[in-house]
Design a protein around this ligand. Structure first.
Ligand code: PMT
Length: 396
């Protein structure tokens, strides 16, 4: 996806071992469509050769205040004019200290001072250096100056110790940059979602379930977080990583999902993406059901309808339902919208089953049907957020 298409990013690399991850970051940003100019400190060149970044970005790499002046000798000014953001990755403890003091004694600090675009930094250092009050003072100063901190993460460090101070992975940084540029349509709103399948126990080793992969719900959770919402995701069993800045609650059955949703209220917006089992075995067997008879009859009992219950509450959030249909999408989706009195239902035509990376979606609201262009689930999720944010703010 070309999520950074048309963006000009200055990637600043300071002198830490995590500089090797910045190579992958430069490649990912370029792949996402950004034009990337790399600026390195002298220290960074001890870890990675400028030629590596030059080969990855196809652009000259800048290191020195004195040699990179272009025609007017002012690289520190020219590099950020027209840039959409400066991203420093890795930002060492020393670099953060120099930034916090407003120093301009090399090309990278000078351009940070001279920039007229947002500055994002990805700290990377030993855990003690990160925890040191001097570093924390510098970080607090930078935050109050409007600098955006990305990470650090916690985990194993190059020095062999374990703790907070690791630079985020390249893919996480690239995603954070993409999120940074998304319009904050749901800023500060509490969004609660369900996603994935439910598993209804039949006996201690068997469940009744469905083929929902969770991809659509996770893409929507990510799109809501990108739009500035505080997101809670109640998830059935899936094999997906939790999107950044999303609080995830894992459940298995529809009953567990219902209890987790009710416990997570109040919310401003509730989006029910999960493929919840309508029925569960009435009396799960205490022991494994043995093979024997030629046929086996299961007695099922209805599960609570989570969306209907939430939508009927006196403090009901703005509720969005999903409808997956293999035929008559408009009729079924519209009847679900009316039955549960929902302002918005997202209808998807599931001709090839669930679990794919793309979807075919039509939005149904009080004004009618709004088909979206076919696309991957994240692109569609962002379009759904755009539409639901408009309805939500009009309703609010
Ligand atoms: O996970 P993926 O592989 O990416 O697939 C995504 C999806 C196809 C599962 C998703 O996009 C989708 O359409 N989910 C809803 C499936 C469906 O049609 O559910 P339903 O018709 O049973 O329910 C209608 C609505 O009520 C849904 O919002 C559902 O979450 C909700 N519901 C249903 C039953 C129930 N007991 N509780 C509920 O909250």
């Amino acid at each position: 996806m070309n999520d950074l298409q048309g963006r000009r990013i200055v990637l600043g690399v300071s002198g830490g071992i995590a500089a090797y991850k910045a190579c992958e970051l430069a490649r990912l940003m370029g792949k996402a469509g950004a034009l990337v100019d790399v600026v390195m400190t002298e220290g960074a060149t001890r870890f990675v050769a400028p030629l590596t970044f030059q080969a990855l970005t196809g652009r000259p790499v800048h290191v020195s205040l004195w040699q990179d002046g272009g025609d007017n000798g002012m690289a520190h000014i020219d590099l950020t004019r027209g840039a959409d953001a400066v991203l420093i990755a890795p930002a060492t403890a020393d670099f953060l200290a120099r930034l916090a003091q407003g120093r301009a004694d090399d090309l990278l600090t000078a351009l940070c001072l001279a920039r007229d675009c947002p500055l994002l930094v990805a700290p990377a250092m030993n855990r003690q250096m990160w925890a040191n009050p001097a570093t924390q003072r510098n970080v607090a100063q930078l935050r109050s100056d409007g600098v955006v901190m990305l990470g650090p993460a916690s985990g194993e460090q190059a020095c062999g110790e374990t703790g907070e101070g690791r630079m985020l992975e390249a893919v996480e940084l690239c995603d954070a940059l993409i999120a940074f540029f998304q319009p904050k349509r749901l800023s500060g709103r509490r969004v609660l979602l369900t996603a994935g399948p439910t598993c209804e126990p039949l006996d201690p080793v068997r469940v009744l379930t469905n083929l929902s992969s969770g991809k659509m719900g996770y893409a929507l959770a990510r799109a809501c977080a990108e739009a500035g919402a505080n997101v809670t995701l109640v998830s059935g069993p899936v094999c997906l990583p939790t999107p950044a800045d999303v609080r995830r609650i894992d459940v298995r059955s529809a009953l567990e999902m219902r209890d987790a949703v009710i416990a997570a209220l109040p919310a401003d917006i509730f989006i029910a993406v999960a493929a919840v089992a309508d029925y569960r075995p009435a009396a799960p067997a205490a022991h494994k059901i043995k093979k024997g008879a030629a046929t086996l009859t299961l007695e099922l009992t209805a599960n609570p309808d989570i969306l209907a219950e939430v939508a009927a509450r006196p403090d009901a959030p703005f509720c969005v339902g999903f409808a997956a249909e293999s035929e008559n999408l408009a009729a079924y989706a519209e009847s679900k919208r009316r039955a549960k009195r929902l302002p918005l239902v997202v209808g998807n035509l599931v001709q090839d089953g669930l679990g794919g990376d793309a979807n075919l979606i039509t939005l149904f609201d009080a004004t009618g049907a709004h088909p979206l262009p076919p696309g991957d689930k994240l692109t569609l999720a962002r379009a759904i957020v755009r539409h639901l944010a408009e309805l939500y703010h009009a309703h609010d």
